[in-house]
Design a protein around this ligand. Sequence first.
Ligand code: NAD
Length: 483
Amino acid sequence: MVSRVIPVECFDLVIFGGTGDLARRKILPGLFRRFCSGQMPPEAQIIGAARSELDDDGYRQFVREAVQEFGGTHYEKDQLDQFLQRLGYETVDAKGEGGWEALKGRLRDKVVRAFYFSVGPSLFGDIAERLRSFGLANEDSRIVLEKPFGHDLETARALNATLAQHFDETQIYRIDHYLGKETVQNLMAVRFGNMLFEPLWNAQYVDHIQITVAETVSVEGRGGYYDKSGAMRDMVQNHLMQLLCLIAMEPPAKFDPDAVRDEKLKVIRALDPVEPHHVVRGQYSADEKQAGYRVHAENPRSRTESFVAMKVHVSNWRWAGTPFYLRTGKQLRARASEIAVVFKDAPHSIFGEEAGRHRNVLSIRLQPNEGMTLGVTIKEPGPGGMRLIDVPLDMSFAEALGPDGEDAPDAYERLIMDVIRGNQTLFMRGDEVEAAWAWTDPIIASWVARNDVPKPYDAGSSGPEDALMLMHRDGRRWREIKA
Ligand code: NAD
């Protein structure tokens, strides 16, 4: 059962890019689920704002279809009709003057105002500026920004500076939807709500940590965009970095947005520069069933990586000597995201060599089947003597969240509710984003300087052979990528 739902304050939410793919697949169906759960107050208002010429009814029809396709099945028809009554639409040009006054006319006083920028980043500055110049934003308004947040340190800094001209940092919510996942928040609960783990959470007891975000999708259809970015910018600089921070950070003094984000920032700043031989880049090849990366990217000479694996060190007292291995890629064997904390061997086995060597692994699964498993070693039941086996202590919560986890709030809906509540804990602060780029930029620059060519790998594999070697050289191995 999902816990008690407490409604948020009444709000007006404007979605710039309200007719786009993200709004259709994630934001609007997510808001509908929050409406059905009672968390979105019945008087709240959602206004789509985009370039398309639509009226309120046209937008309601668009949203009806989006909900029918992506909103799950656990709702009554009446609920959808009621939700649609909370919607409106204004044709607005982010770069022009049209539509802004009409949009302003729809906003109410004394309710929370939030503006979701679900548009390309090149429009962020224009929208922020017009929200101020047309008087739509007040001191309490919030803006929500989608990734990518910059292309490198320079562009991220410029974007932060532009936003800062119009909004205070306390009003800016930079989304990394990985932070909205149930397991990610649970990671903090497990670490800081229990006595059990924290004493062991350091280089003395942890052998290494693996963070894997594996996707089965290719870049087909968005190859043009992806080819300018690559796995390092698209996944490592933001999502994997955020996961690394939550695993590695010191306990904040309290669960408060700046206390948490201060600790995450310290982790990023403690990252060592990465040695070139500690990074493996890959690009998926063609096979008999489908074209390879370069065809999907429409760039026959592309040197952009669709896979990256790396060994990273956090240079501080807690983690000195414990490597973090990160890997992410497209067209891999399964869609699976996992953080694995691999503890060291017991210092001495009293059971003899034949009992085998066993290690405790805490596995934190982000998808599919969100949950955690702690592998512990026990005696194999039965009269067969003292033989040891590993069994999982399963802390999976997918079942507790309803059939197929369908009642579980999606990361986006959870984060949007946090925006309305004014809670920035799970959003990236400007200095965090800049620090992450400051670490990422030299890695990318060194590839460019060396003319580095990514290693080919088969679709449906776990990445290039060299990525396996990255671990084998250290006497370790990657965990299997499985759904
Ligand atoms: P999209 O191209 O499907 O939609 C873009 C939206 O912006 C449309 O509603 C369009 O009308 C509107 N728009 C474009 N130019 C405009 C202008 N000048 N004035 C007003 N409106 C304008 O894009 P998307 O996939 O929905 O992505 C939106 C943002 O979210 C991008 O920054 C993207 O990187 C990010 N994002 C998308 C996804 C996803 O799954 N689609 C995931 C993560 C991040």
